[in-house]
Design a protein around this ligand. Structure first.
Ligand code: 6R9
Length: 654
């Protein structure tokens, strides 16, 4: 075998399969026939899913795609998103059901909200926002910790037709100001602060600072959470407990057009300016509730669901707020960090609340792997029946660890691929149907059509890689980039204009069975001597070595091969410093796992990796180090001191 053949053969060698448990399969919300039904009549299938919601006026057409890429879904239909997430459950006699088990970071600081409680709170907040001058169509920014008022604020905005833009509480005043400015937010809802790692961290000062950089904001509504000192401007600042607590509990929701803007979520693009991704009401709510029902097999009467995302990310929008609440779920909402005050905090919450469905990110799973299984082993997590993963490719080793240590080898793992832009899950196993394959997001879910294509837009054969595209419109698709239709067309639709495909910006491959492996952003795919290699596959190989906890790989420019892999590795605690020759040992391991082409040019042992606040590794910075350039902008890092450690050569290298 040549080097190249050996490499290609190894890339598809994952042959572990996990069949769905028999009882889950027998009672699953979606069975195998859903794929055929959706393929036979896609719009009819979506029309059926739309029946999950309560419409004030029924639509008269499922999809209008006469002006691509601008879609209109459920044409002529009207509805209220907050009514669908709250009131209708109360009207159906489920007002006493717990909607949210809220767990604050300080131990014992908990609060349960039933659907009836939520209806009262959302109605009061909607009345208060209206009194502050917010009308249908006005934008409201939400900059909050993970407290129930954050969810209430989002639903109150939806209730009065004011699109919200939630800005992650970890973002700086500058980032907040540019978002406020871009969408011209009239009101900001915030808190004095929130709890993280045992301390009260402030939020209000960043809003004050942002207001000094933009004059669009008229009112700031402040929840008291930590009792910190705050500066106060009587002409602008209003306490939540003053205006919301005293507001009327009666509020009649108005029905809005299916295409009425629901929210704008900012996400980073390849250029500096963040993109405001616009989602609208009907299609988005159909997509988020259907996928939450299908992919997590939610049984609202018995399940306790927990998604660990922050509401400042799209995952928090679709899978904490809109999907689960539209489905009448009971869920956990947790304020703090996974390891405070103890390493087992998450597992303790699962045990205490009997969580049955758990949704988190590979980066969290890998950091737990680093700590070993002793801590999770001390908790009873037998309530769990489904585990989910989102945000980046999950390495086979992390998948197997998650399933084994957290899921007790009983639980299917659903690796869900989607984006801020797609609004809801697109590619994922179905827990009662699919035999899971560690590392693969498998196939598009029923109703979604996606492909892996080559440069010309032709589907690649099984066993090959290319670009991930969505080949037909879907209800929860982004409608545009806020205020910039041209950028919307350029970014997502120009690359495969001829075919009319949505270009996701991710590389992917189809294995020999035709199952999809998402390889990461195309800018993370490197070309070594004319061969496409994913950073993720090399990372996966490194993580499968017993001494490795976490790895990040970048394609650094190379005079001989075009690009060459450079790896940054964090060792497991028990491996100490790895011993002499650790870099060669790991390099040989990659050679064995994938092939000689993938062998890193350099391996550096590092104490930490540079990550954004949403947990994505900033490979751009690692590439700067690998290519011996000055390290670029680090302002979006969760911890900006990490790059100093790495650049200062705390690293051992080959
Ligand atoms: C939901 C979310 C989107 C990008 C996406 C891709 C990566 C997300 C993934 C995954 C492989 C998965 N991504 N899920 N890659 N497997 N299961 O994360 O949205 O923050 O917009 O990120 O994340 O690269 O293009 P967003």
């Amino acid at each position: 075998m040549t080097d190249i053949e050996e490499t290609l053969a190894n890339l598809s060698r994952e042959d572990r399969r996990f069949e769905p448990p028999a009882d889950l399969a027998a009672n699953a919300n979606l069975k195998a026939d859903a794929y055929e039904a959706a393929a036979a009549d896609r719009e009819g299938f979506w029309a059926e899913q739309a029946e999950r919601l309560t419409w004030a006026t029924k639509w008269d057409q499922v999809l209008d795609w006469t002006n691509p890429p601008f879609a209109t879904w459920f044409v002529g239909g009207t509805l209220n998103a907050a009514y669908n997430c709250v009131d209708r459950h109360v009207e159906a006699g489920r007002g006493d059901k717990v909607a949210i088990h809220w767990v604050g970071e300080p131990e014992g600081d908990t609060r349960d909200l039933t659907y009836a409680d939520l209806q009262r709170e959302v109605s009061k907040a909607a009345n208060a926002l209206t009194d502050l001058g917010v009308a249908k169509g006005d934008r409201v920014a939400i900059y909050m910790p993970m407290i129930p008022e954050a969810v209430v604020a989002m639903l109150a905005c939806a209730r009065i037709g004011a699109p919200h833009t939630v800005v992650f509480g970890g973002f700086s005043a500058d980032a907040l100001a540019s978002r406020l400015d871009d969408c011209q937010a009239k009101v900001v809802v915030t808190a004095d602060g929130g709890y993280r790692r045992g301390a009260a961290s402030a939020l209000k000062p960043a809003v004050d600072e942002a207001r000094s950089k933009t004059d669009v904001v008229e009112k700031v509504l402040v929840v008291r959470r930590t009792n910190q000192e705050v500066d106060w401007d009587d002409s602008v600042d209003v306490w939540w407990h003053d205006v919301v607590d005293s507001a009327s509990e009666e509020h009649t929701p108005e029905a809005f057009d299916s295409e009425h803007p629901l929210y704008v979520m900012y996400t980073s693009g390849t250029t500096g300016k963040p993109k405001g991704i616009l989602h609208t009401t009907g299609g988005y709510l159909v997509g988020s509730s259907y996928t939450h029902h299908a992919v997590f097999d939610l049984k609202p009467e018995t399940d306790v669901y927990w998604c660990t995302a922050d509401i400042g990310w799209v995952t928090g929008h679709s899978y904490i707020v809109y999907g689960p609440l539209a489905n009448g779920a009971t869920q956990v909402l947790y304020e703090g960090t996974p390891d405070h005050p103890e390493r087992g905090r998450w597992w303790k919450i699962i045990e205490q609340y009997g969580v049955t469905i758990f949704y988190t990110a590979p980066t969290a799973i890998r950091s737990f792997m680093k700590q070993g299984h002793d801590v999770p082993d001390t908790f009873d997590m037998s309530s769990l029946r489904i585990l989910g993963s989102v945000g980046e490719p999950i390495n086979p080793e992390a998948y197997v660890w998650y399933r084994h240590v957290i899921g007790g080898d009983r639980t299917p793992v659903v690796d869900t691929w989607w984006q801020t832009e797609t609004g809801s899950i697109m590619i994922s196993p179905l827990p009662g149907v699919t035999a899971g394959k560690p590392g693969s997001a498998m196939t598009p879910i029923p109703g979604i059509e996606a492909e892996v294509v080559d440069d010309e837009g032709n589907p690649v054969p099984n066993g090959s890689g290319g670009y991930l595209v969505v080949t037909s419109p879907w209800p929860s698709m982004l409608r545009t980039i806020w205020g910039d239709d041209e950028r919307f067309k350029d970014t997502y639709w120009k690359r495969f204009e001829k075919q009319g495909y949505y270009f996701a910006g991710d590389g992917a491959k189809k294995d020999d069975d035709g199952d999809i492996w998402v390889l990461g952003r195309v800018d993370d795919v490197m070309n070594v001597s004319g061969h496409r290699l994913s950073t993720t596959e090399i990372e996966s190989a490194l993580v499968s070595h017993p001494k490795v906890a976490e790895a990040a790989v970048v394609g650094a420019s190379d005079p001989d091969t075009g690009q060459a892999p450079v790896a940054y590795v964090i060792l497991r605690e028990e491996a100490g410093d790895g011993g002499e020759g650790i870099a060669k040992e790991l390099s040989d391991h990659v050679r064995k796992e994938i092939g000689p082409i993938a062998k890193p040019r350099q391996i550096m042992i590092v104490p930490e990796l540079p990550k954004t606040r949403s947990g994505k590794i900033m490979r751009r910075l690692l590439r700067d180090v690998a290519e011996k350039r000055e390290v670029g902008d680090t302002t979006t890092l969760a911890d900006s001191s990490i790059m100093d450690l790495i650049s200062a050569g705390q690293a051992t290298s080959t």
